[in-house]
Design a binder for this molecule. Sequence first.
Ligand code: FNR
Length: 195
Amino acid sequence: PVRRVLCLAGSLRRDSWNRRLLHAAIDQAPSTLALTVYTDLAAVPLFDEDLEQHDPAGPAGVQALRAALVAADGLVIATPEYNHSLPGVLKNALDWLSRESPLGEVLVDKPVAVLGASAGPWGTRLAQASLRQVLHTCGALVMPTPTLFMANAAAHFDGHGTLIDDAGAQALQRFTRAFEQWIGRMAPATAEASI
Ligand code: FNR
């Protein structure tokens, strides 16, 4: 079956390395994975329990993100590293998604894969560790391996944001194939049975 995967970059920056990494992942993914990059993270307001009380479905920007996640079989998050952790804009979105809503707790039992790109030499290691901790707390099923830390991001892309190195392409092929398998392993047993 074709698995639908929502891809979220934890950056609002137009030329984000992390969004470029996601587009490169789409190019390298098996044809049985349908990946789409979420483009409206900026529409998610700052979390506020008063907004939740006003409308349990949350503001429109939150409803759209939740609906996109519910419609997906898995979630891929490319996180930048800010001050050795995940950016507030990403944490804020995850805080919204962690909450009970008319669509349920949408991160619970959701297969999630984490990767990231940084301009510096460490490739978002610490941000990914923080992000994993948050995702575990939210009940997501986080793929343990393979990891993918893209360091020195500027060296991996051309001026148009296209991935230019073979090692990066191969790592993204391994990563997306592994995630497809992870989704399959994590999928609840269906009612179908052959006897
Ligand atoms: C950074 N950056 C950064 N890089 C890193 O490797 N470790 C870090 O702790 C930080 N801290 C940090 C804090 C803040 C507030 C900013 C704005 C930036 C640099 C960061 O990795 C770089 O800006 C990336 O390009 C951000 O990802 P996108 O937007 O390109 O996807």
